[in-house]
Write a protein that binds this ligand. Structure first.
Ligand code: HEC
Ligand code: HEC
Length: 330
């Protein structure tokens, strides 16, 4: 009895020491999503996978944010309607609910506002909001699902994007090995990975890549110390504000699941994570890292891969005789 009390007190102390230490880290663990409206999330999931929200009937959100590939398309820039080349690399949708704002330049304030963009973008899904609403409203099972969730007989683009956003909020990736380490499992990281994390902090990476998403929470200039050379015309936040100080300011990307979301940077110019780490150290921090240091940081970054969202493939309700036909070839 006595002994076990002492043991318990000892464990408690050890536990507290851990909790305090991990509380002082610049990165916090990701918690699993809590679902308050399962029917809405299910509807949003169907819409996310539904290519009928595009003019061609081929492109869905999942085409460019493939949930089998880390929520990205693994292309330098995406392929849109009529095989058009997209302007910029497709960021992952995983953990995107943690972003301060959406898009590389932050021009959408949240996931709902963002979701309206691609549907009507002539270079992405090539549709209009009216056409997307008409397609959804022509499908009886969708009408029924919207009536249940929104208590309304009229389907709107606001409801469509609200449902998609609700689904996207569930796309978090908890339980990465790094998070298990943060929560006290000392075996979760190898000595090399732990060295990599220390280097990541000591080199200064956490100045910009911090918080639960290891990024996503600020806009920073690409090329703080030395300019980034690219053929991509994107100007970052300056494209919105017209201000010179905002040139090449981009949202700091999340580094969660970064081993899955190659190629890297807004122009998708770098396929190797080691190269991206080297570019960052030189251009953002003026540091030339040795190959073994780059290897260690890369090993650490790979521990940020969490549990991927996993669920049965949603089965989409069939079109009706009133559904407008897809136009894949014009
Ligand atoms: C043709 C490819 C394509 C399609 C289809 C597409 N996206 Fe995207 N998505 C992109 C690209 C490229 C960006 C980055 C654009 C930018 O920042 O200017 C992006 C950005 C985003 C972001 C912001 C992520 C971040 O970190 O800023 C979210 C969220 C997102 N898309 C969700 C969706 C949803 C939901 C749909 C379906 C309604 C969709 N996308 C359809 C290519 C696509
Ligand atoms: C001053 C802020 C800042 C610092 C410091 C910084 N980064 Fe970044 N990081 C960014 C920004 C901004 C981008 C996006 C740049 C772009 O795409 O043009 C980025 C992109 C990345 C990417 C590519 C992610 C993707 O999905 O495309 C990786 C990997 C990365 N950083 C790792 C690091 C590492 C490792 C360090 C430390 C050696 C570091 N960063 C230091 C701001 C920073």
């Amino acid at each position: 009895m006595h002994q076990s009390l002492i043991l318990a007190a000892g464990l408690l102390l050890a536990g507290n020491a851990w909790a305090m230490r991990s509380g002082n880290e610049p990165i916090q663990p990701i918690e699993p999503a809590t679902v308050s409206d399962a029917a809405k999330v299910e509807l949003g999931k169907q819409l996310f996978f539904d290519p009928r929200l595009s003019k061609s009937g081929v492109i869905s959100c999942n085409s460019c944010h493939n949930l089998s590939m880390g929520g990205s398309d693994n292309l330098p820039t995406s392929v849109g309607h009529n095989w058009q080349q997209g302007p910029i690399n497709s960021p992952t949708v995983l953990n995107s609910s943690m972003n301060v704002a959406q898009f590389w330049d932050g021009r959408a304030k949240d996931l709902q506002e963002q979701a309206g963009g691609p549907i009507a973008n002539p270079k992405e899904m090539g549709f209009s909001h009216e056409q997307a609403v008409a397609v959804v409203a022509s499908i009886p099972q969708y009408r029924e699902a919207f009536r249940k969730v929104y208590k309304n007989d009229t389907i709107t683009v606001a409801a469509i994007t609200d449902a998609i956003a609700a689904f996207e909020k569930t796309l978090v990736t908890p339980n990465s090995r790094f998070d298990r380490w943060l929560k006290g499992d000392q075996q979760a990281l190898s000595p090399t990975e732990l060295d990599g994390y220390r280097l990541f902090k000591d080199t200064g990476c956490t100045a910009c890549h911090n918080g639960p998403a290891v990024g996503g929470n600020s806009f920073q200039k690409m090329g703080q110390v030395a300019p980034y050379k690219t053929d991509n015309p994107a100007e970052g936040v300056a494209g919105l504000t017209g201000k010179d100080v905002d040139r090449f300011k981009f949202k700091v990307p999340t580094l969660r699941n970064v081993e899955l979301t190659y190629p890297y940077f807004h122009d998708g110019a770098y396929w190797k994570l080691e190269e991206a780490v080297d570019v960052m150290a030189r251009l953002q921090l003026g540091r030339q890292l040795r190959p073994d240091e780059i290897g260690k940081i890369t090993a650490f970054l790979k521990t940020l891969t969490g549990e991927q969202p996993s669920f049965p493939l949603p089965i989409l309700p069939p079109s009706s005789n009133d559904t407008s036909r897809p136009q894949p070839f014009n």
